[in-house]
Design a protein around this ligand. Sequence first.
Ligand SMILES: Cc1ncc(COP(=O)(O)O)c(C=O)c1O
Length: 351
Amino acid sequence: MQEVISSGQYIQGPMLKKFEEELSAYTGAKYAIGVGNGTDALWLSFMALGLGEGDEIITNANTFFATAEAIWIAGCAAVLVDCDPKTKCIDPQAIRKAITKRTKAIVPVHLYGQCAPMREIRQIADEYGLLVIEDNAQAMGARGDDFRIGELSDAVTTSFIIQKNLGTFGDGGAVWTKHQYVNDKIRKLRNHGSSRRDMHSFGFNSRLDDLHAGILSAKLKHLDKWSDRRIEIAKKYAEGLKHCDFLDLPYARQGYRHVFHLYEIETKNPADRNKLLEYLVKNDVDAKTHYSIAIHQQEGFPWGKEARLSGPLVNAEKNAASCISLPMFPELTDEEVQYAIKAVCDWPKHK
Ligand SMILES: Cc1ncc(COP(=O)(O)O)c(C=O)c1O
């Protein structure tokens, strides 16, 4: 931050360039572009890839609202499909069933910190000639078993909002891609459609400020260590909660690096969720829900843009009705983790 202040260059300055280079090295992507936030990262990618009016984009029914919102902002129709009951990531079989003549892209969300089954998704995309944009807002630092996030897609988007695994002191986002044309287009779109002084085509204002780039550059060096601590905390939760037969615990796919943005448990009986949540909050455990309302259950769905559901969404609806996120961040102490575990285990006695 001091370096940026001394340079006097706050927007599209040398610190942004430095951070973009670091992000590209970290992700292994040829191009990385800083933008205003994770929502913009999504719709700027859609526009750069040529998606728009009349195009259908398949995504999770269980995700943060912004994934569907970005599809709507780009003028496309969101087609919501079910998740896998164990991993909560998008179900490839449900994607296959949702494809129509209008389908142009798939947006898998790496939910809670775990990479979606990208090999299966890539195969479907190849069969039907679809674009793939990974929503990686929740999984900075995650990877698949023998592939990196970004290797099997056209673009990856992320959010640097403060609460993410790599968060700035406010809002921020980025896209990374292997395609030069996507890089060039987003760079123009994020800066009023301008690639040289005083000349503009249609665009927006969505830049990652240099102060944020400086913060992110400093924090990126610690990300892997912080992810390791999250994984360690997840192991402690799994061990401490293994006898709670009223719960389903997170499932990490074999060989994948799940970076536990959230430690999301489910009550086997949805009727227990609010009772357990209230008990935890009353006992000073900072438990929350992510997300208790699925996208198709949100107000005003389908927002006049031909959004639709494909197939039954039983797993997404069960997830919404029964999810609880336990405290998860690298600075949590072992004592705090044990405190949360004890509170969950004690709950049946206070039911
Ligand atoms: C899955 C997912 N997609 C998109 C976003 C949007 O990011 P932002 O809040 O930076 O716009 C978020 C989080 O906020 C998210 O969790």
